[in-house]
Design a protein around this ligand. Sequence first.
Ligand SMILES: Cc1cc2nc3c(=O)[nH]c(=O)nc-3n(C[C@H](O)[C@H](O)[C@H](O)COP(=O)(O)O)c2cc1C
Length: 337
Amino acid sequence: MADLSSRYLGLALKNPLVASASPLSRDLDSARRLEDAGAAALVMYSLFEEDLLAEERQFERFMHHQALGHGEASSFLPPQPEFQSSLDQYLEQLQSLKARLDIPVIASLNGVSEEGWTGYGRDLQDAGADALEVNVYYVAADPEESAADVERRYLDVMAHLEEAVSIPVAVKLSPQFSSPLHFTRHLYLAGADAVVIFNRFYQSDIDLETLAVEPQLKLSDPYEALLRVRWAAILRGALEIDIAVTGGFHKTEDVIKALLVGGNAVQLCSVLLQQGPEAIQRMLTGLDRWLDEREYESVGQMQGSLSHRNAADPAAFERESYRAVLDSFTPPAGVRY
Ligand SMILES: Cc1cc2nc3c(=O)[nH]c(=O)nc-3n(C[C@H](O)[C@H](O)[C@H](O)COP(=O)(O)O)c2cc1C
């Protein structure tokens, strides 16, 4: 059996397969099944800024009523010692996961504002998180906001966290940056230990009966993995930062491609929701078989051998491949133009 270990975020992983942020980490038994199936680390579902802000506002309203001193106010809104904020619940779940699992647990923060992260980051670190993943899921829909402004948002979040925590931090990125290498280099300089590429944006659909715009949760398709593989290759060729890929990894073959181009970790979500945690075991068996057939002794031996810098034909990751792909089109059988 080949040595499947990999390093990611300063953590020694027994293999490169990580369970990515998903509802599976809300349940201790499901999390345990992920570990038993071979997951090398677990990213928790996110702690959402929206929830924290809503609770803060509720608390402020409550304090305001108390301060007004209406005779009835305190009976309408009595203090509730048993009330658990989303932060409290999250920290409790993090501690339970840490107690139940042997693998590293990565906490996840999800929000778009530039402030507030310092305190939450420190709380997660104190509760035992082995690392943090930050997801700035931001849809840039303001014509006054420049690309540099959007990047600044991420860089500020990273700078706040860098000050607050000593555990490693990964930033989960969207695929929609004009110059991903330049931006990632600046994230690295701001203290990011890894990038997670790429967030999937869920698409809103239009119901043609009601004309309502409805967000749709659609699980990923394996074709999406190729975008991640390509950018992992380009990033690895230029920067030392750790790389985890997420989005479309359903097949062992695509996991192998991500490792060949230099990924440190492959995060899995849709495949686990569709097939259950045991999909990890199948992928690990496939990875081990592939390494064995090619006489690799370890994942480390092949990791990065096809990055943009090392590939025999680096242009295949760039524009040069575009013309060739267009020229390769042949009409499907039976279709005439
Ligand atoms: C039901 C569901 C819940 C998710 N929850 C989170 C979350 O809380 N935080 C986060 O950063 N990503 C979340 N994701 C995104 C996944 O972690 C992952 O990055 C994405 O689904 C792409 O990977 P996949 O193709 O393997 O599904 C969620 C995805 C799904 C389908």
